[in-house]
Design a protein around this ligand. Structure first.
Ligand code: NAP
Length: 324
């Protein structure tokens, strides 16, 4: 019998998928589920045939460029890949894969969760009740806003943005506009009633809710900066389920403090897992700990997708989700 490929999962995966991985591969688990250091990741590239990282791992040029490297594939658990130095991977001839599609619905559900929580001031209400400060029903208590007829401006119009548009339009009667580098195919835009806005500032100025869906990385870093926030209306709300770095967090905090925008619903942060104390005390911000894809079904599907890429690779077939 030929030796089974050795793979390293940098974090704990749902048990069913870890078991499934063990049926085909010799699997190294991370029993403590703590983020691995750069040195540990580099060692893994020397001692394993595949590295399976997540967003909490920094797969740098130093990790990918180790001498005596054994691993030729980095199969990442997640759709975003800005934590992997793709140029270094290409230079070293290392295959990189991700897990697109299987987390689209869960993440769009979470974007709607944040839209609803900010619109209906759910976080404020829950905090008030838990603090024992609720004095009972009254006509003017914690008034939020309705979604029907409100304009949702999507920044980026890929899988998750479109799934968010679908929920917002057909579930809640919102109007959809999007900013992207190019218009979407007519059949997709027509079905969602989505209007293309070629200028980001115009989209921001027009929207009741702005929801971010571009990938992270140098190209989109601080795409929403102080100037962009200044284009938003004082009654508008910013939703971010994309990546923390897409927003200049200091500028956002200032805009929220000074009520230059009405609120923000955030699932991602610049320095995760550290969240600015200034942000944590703001009543007009809803803050979630990066829960976008966090359903049992989705996290299992993500693991299976990593395994599908590894199986294809070790069977000498094309990997289904090739990033580099
Ligand atoms: P996707 O289908 O690739 O969509 C990304 C979209 O962004 C594409 O339509 C792309 O358009 C557009 N885009 C890229 N760079 C842009 C730029 N500079 N300006 C304008 N548009 C730009 O990806 P997805 O599956 O929807 O995922 C989107 C992101 O969500 C991921 O990259 C990840 O960071 C984040 N995410 C977060 C969570 C969470 O837990 N919160 C979960 C899943 C994903 P082009 O066609 O022009 O490239």
């Amino acid at each position: 019998m030929t030796a089974r490929p050795r793979i390293l999962l940098t974090r704990r995966w749902p048990e069913a998928v870890e078991r499934r991985a063990g049926a085909r591969f010799e699997v190294t688990l991370n029993p403590d589920d703590r983020p691995l250091s750069e040195a540990e990741l580099a060692t893994a590239m020397r001692t394993h045939d595949a590295l399976c990282p997540t967003i909490t791992d920094r797969v740098t040029a130093a990790v990918l460029g180790v001498s005596d490297r054994r691993a030729d594939i980095v199969a990442s658990y997640g759709v975003g890949y800005e934590h992997i130095d793709l140029a270094a991977a290409r230079a070293a001839g290392i295959r990189v894969t991700n897990t697109p599609g299987v987390l689209t619905d869960a993440t769009a559900d979470l974007a709607l969760t944040l839209i609803l929580m900010t619109a209906r001031r759910s976080g404020e209400g829950e905090r008030e009740l838990r603090a024992g400060a609720w004095t009972g029903w009254r006509p003017t208590h914690l008034l939020g806003q309705s979604l029907k007829g409100k304009r949702l401006g999507l920044v980026g119009f890929g899988r998750i943005a479109q799934a968010t548009a679908e929920r917002a339009r057909f579930g809640f009667g919102m109007e959809i506009a999007y900013y992207a580098r190019r218009p979407a195919p007519a059949d997709i835009a027509d079905r969602l009633g989505a209007r293309f806005v070629p200028d980001l500032g115009d989209l921001l100025a027009d929207a009741d809710f702005v929801s971010l869906h571009v990938p992270g990385g140098t190209e989109t870093r601080h795409m929403i900066d102080g100037a962009a926030l200044a284009r938003m209306r004082p009654d508008a709300i910013l939703i971010n389920t994309a990546r923390g770095d897409v927003v200049n967090e200091a500028a956002l905090i200032a805009a929220l403090q000074e009520r230059r925008i009405a609120g923000a619903g955030l699932d991602v942060f610049a320095g995760e897992p550290n969240v600015s104390p200034a942000l944590r005390v703001l009543d007009n911000a809803v803050l979630l700990p990066h829960l976008g894809s966090a359903t049992r079904e989705t996290r299992e599907a993500m693991g299976l997708r990593v395994l599908a890429n590894l199986e294809a690779w070790f069977d000498g077939k094309p990997t289904p989700d090739t990033v580099a």
